[in-house]
Design a protein around this ligand. Structure first.
Ligand code: UD1
Ligand code: MG
Length: 451
């Protein structure tokens, strides 16, 4: 059966104290909203509707950047979760199958949990995701009768007895698209908050002779973000899980608690990651690579047997082939290093193609930017770039070519040629002795004068 997805993301998130809508704050390099969308993708939704309100344009841009097919509907006034879902009614007027509601500020619902809910739908008309709360606080309470869910009562509206219930509502709910909107059309705002509660559809379903149940998941999955402290806690939870998964997948982490992953980091088995390594989005590290301490890597692909760092920086578009070595204080951006190429010390390689087995000497810079445009540097196979070479792009250095130390290369270097581009050295006999004598005499005079 097809499933439609509605993600509620209209709230302001006042407690974030931010100009940015809450769902755009990032965990592991991706907005909270994208985590929720990713979770929902597990059910291969036929439609994905984002209900946006505060900062709707930015929310739409972030949603469609991740999923261009995502549809945005507006909720201009936040009149409650039920009202928010109703805003998607027109967008889903022709939809068939089921509809699942997720919250944009709840990033960690697992695929397995959503599949469990889907399985429960075979036996119940409405399925709610619940959890045993360590501290039920102000969550909505699930009023059960055996396996059947009778209704959900919001904390504000609950009796003392109902408040003792610890099985709580996560907010995630699944039922047929038809039932969702038929039941919602009957919801009123006659409650302690004066809001239209999505949760009221359970009681209404019960009265209409429909069946409902609650599927339980771990409380950690339902973690929502309301404040910067929650955001930090969500980041910590994500990192703890990512580190455990990396170890489980055969990656060596010398000091796991100091390595930070992005939401989409892929690390192959037998890779070694030393302490204090940070991964930004869009990184793939193939099996058996070695990432040394204090490296920062984003938007990069690192192949088998490559060695990166210590203190290396790989920026978007860095493509390292097998057995490439990138050493300390080397920055690589939008550049391909072919098999066995080495840039071991203090270099900037940007907008460049480097051939196999080529050696880039210490202090080499690709001067890629003229203040307005970026230009490309091409270096062939088995070339040798002397230390402190300035490669003034656009420029090409041929196969097995060399550049002399300190060269400023602004003309192409043919295959096999040696480029020398620096002022020739001149030695002036005895000049250093005379200069030293002069300077020392000056210093002595100054000391006599008591300066
Ligand atoms: C809701 C549930 C409660 C549950 C809790 C779990 C209702 C009535 N209550 O309460 O049972 O235990 O979540 O966290 O559903 N939103 C909109 N538009 C609105 C209102 C909310 O987009 O008009 C979005 C919010 O941005 C948020 C989500 O819906 O992402 C939940 O809203 P929130 O106000 O946090 O609901 P709770 O009161 O926490
Ligand atoms: Mg809430």
């Amino acid at each position: 059966m097809s499933t439609n997805l509605i993600i509620l993301a209209a709230g302001k998130g006042t407690r974030m104290k931010s100009d940015m809508p809450k769902v755009l704050h990032a965990v592991a390099g991706a907005p909270l909203l994208v985590h929720a969308m990713k979770a929902g993708m597990a059910l291969e939704p036929s439609k994905m509707i984002i209900v946006a309100g505060h900062g709707a344009e930015d929310v739409a841009a972030a949603a469609q950047d991740y999923q261009p097919a995502a549809e945005i509907v507006l909720q201009t006034e936040q009149n409650g979760t039920g009202h928010a879902v109703l805003c998607a009614k027109d967008a889903l007027a022709q939809a068939t199958g089921d509809t699942l509601v997720l919250y944009g500020d709840t990033p960690f619902i697992s695929a397995e949990t959503l599949e469990n809910m889907q399985a429960a739908r075979a036996r119940y008309d409405v399925v709610v995701l619940g959890f045993e709360a360590a501290d039920p606080a102000r969550y909505g309470r699930l009023v059960m009768d055996g396996p059947r869910l009778q209704r959900i009562v919001e904390f504000k509206d609950a009796s003392d007895e109902e408040r003792t219930i610890t099985f709580c509502n996560s907010g995630v709910i699944l039922c047929s698209n038809k039932n969702m909107f038929e039941l919602l059309s009957q919801v009123t705002n006659d409650n302690a908050s004066g809001e239209y509660y999505l949760t009221d559809i359970i009681g209404l379903a019960h009265s209409a002779g429909l069946s409902a149940t609650a599927v339980a998941c771990a409380e950690a999955e339902t973690m929502g973000v309301n404040s910067r402290a929650d955001l930090a806690a969500a980041e910590a939870a994500f990192q703890a899980r990512a580190r455990a998964e990396a170890l489980e997948n055969g990656v060596t982490l010398t000091a796991p608690e100091t390595v930070f992953f992005a939401h989409d980091t892929y690390i192959g088995a037998d890779t070694i990651i030393e302490p204090n390594v940070v991964f930004g989005p869009d990184v793939t590290i193939e099996n058996g690579a070695h990432i040394r301490a204090f490296s920062h890597i984003e938007g990069a692909h690192v192949s088998r047997g490559a060695v990166v760092g210590p203190y290396a920086r790989l920026r978007p578009g860095a493509e390292l082939s097998e057995n490439v070595h990138v050493g300390n204080f080397v920055e690589i951006k939008n550049a391909t290093l072919a098999e066995g190429a080495k840039a071991n010390h203090l270099s900037y390689i940007g907008d460049a193609t480097v051939g196999p087995e080529t050696n880039i000497g210490a202090g080499t810079i690709t001067c890629n930017y003229d203040g307005v445009f970026k230009h490309h540097t091409t270096i062939g196979a088995r070339a040798f770039i002397g230390s402190n070479t300035m490669l003034v792009a656009p420029v090409t250095v041929g196969n097995e070519a060399m550049t002399a130390t300190g060269a400023v290369v602004n003309k192409n270097v043919p295959d096999g040629a040696m480029a020398i581009a620096r002022t020739p050295q001149e030695n002036k006999p005895e000049v250093a002795y005379r200069l030293f004598d002069k300077l020392r005499a000056k210093k002595a005079r100054q000391q006599d004068e008591g300066k």
